[in-house]
Ligand binder design. Structure first.
Ligand code: 5GP
Length: 191
C-alpha cells in the first residue's frame, strides 16, 4: 500500500452516491507535505516524458498541479470554469460536466499559454467518469500540443473514466485506484 492509499484509509470518508470525501487532507483542508509527495511521485513516473507544462482544472486540481509543476520546474496552467459563452477567440474551450455538482461548465485556457511545442502533463485530484480529463485533453489537442501523460491522485476504478482514457491510448497513472467502496460499512478496497 502506498502513502496515498494509507492516508485514504485513515482519513477518507465514503459518502452515498459513490463520493469519496477527502476534504480533510486533499481538497479543502490540504496537507501540503502530502501534496509534495504526490508531486515527487508523478515526477518519478513521468520524468522521461519531456513535460513542458502541467495542466489541471480549477479548483481542486490546482494544489496538486502546483506540487507537480514545482518538481518538473515548468509552468502550471489551470483551466477556468465559466458558465458564460462569452468567448472572444482568445481561448481554447471545452464543455465539462461536473461529477460532484452535476452541472455543465465551459472550461477555458488562454491561447497564450499552450502552444504546439508543448508536451502537457494533465493532472487532477479525482477521476470518475472522465469528463474533466476529456475536456482537458480536447483543450491540449485544440492547441496542437501533445498530451505527455495524465496523472490522477484518486481514480474510482468502478466508474468508466479510467477505461475510456486508457482505451484512447493515453498514458494514465493513478496513485490510488479504488475498486470498490461501501458507504454503509465505510470499507474501501484498492486495486
Ligand atoms: P469526472 O469528470 O472524472 O467524472 O470527475 C472528476 C471531477 O469530479 C474531479 O475533478 C473531482 O473534483 C470530482 N470528483 C469526482 N468524484 C469525486 C469523489 O468521489 N470525491 C470528490 N471529492 N470529488 C470527486
Amino acid at each position: 500500500m502506498n502513502f496515498l492509499e494509507e492516508r485514504i484509509l485513515k482519513d477518507g470518508l465514503v459518502k452515498p452516491g459513490n463520493v469519496l470525501k477527502v476534504d480533510s487532507f486533499l481538497n479543502h483542508q490540504m496537507d501540503v507535505g502530502l501534496m509534495d509527495m504526490i508531486g515527487e511521485e508523478f515526477y518519478n513516473r513521468f520524468k522521461n516524458e519531456n513535460v513542458t507544462k502541467v495542466l489541471t482544472i480549477e479548483a481542486s486540481g490546482i494544489a496538486i498541479a502546483c506540487s507537480v509543476a514545482r518538481v518538473f520546474d515548468v509552468p502550471m496552467v489551470f483551466a477556468k470554469k465559466s458558465k458564460s459563452i462569452n468567448i472572444d477567440g482568445e481561448m481554447y474551450v471545452a464543455e465539462v460536466e461536473s461529477f460532484t455538482h452535476k452541472n455543465k461548465n465551459n472550461v477555458m485556457v488562454s491561447k497564450k499559454f499552450l502552444s504546439p511545442e508543448d508536451r502537457v502533463l494533465i493532472v487532477d485530484d479525482f477521476l470518475a467518469n472522465g469528463c474533466a480529463l476529456q475536456g482537458l485533453i480536447s483543450i491540449v489537442e485544440s492547441a496542437g500540443a501533445t498530451v505527455a501523460g495524465l496523472g490522477i491522485a484518486i481514480e474510482k476504478g468502478f466508474q468508466i473514466g479510467g477505461r475510456v482514457i486508457r482505451n484512447l491510448g493515453y498514458r494514465l497513472e493513478s496513485l490510488a485506484i479504488v475498486d470498490s467502496m461501501n458507504d454503509e460499512t465505510g470499507e474501501i478496497v484498492f486495486r
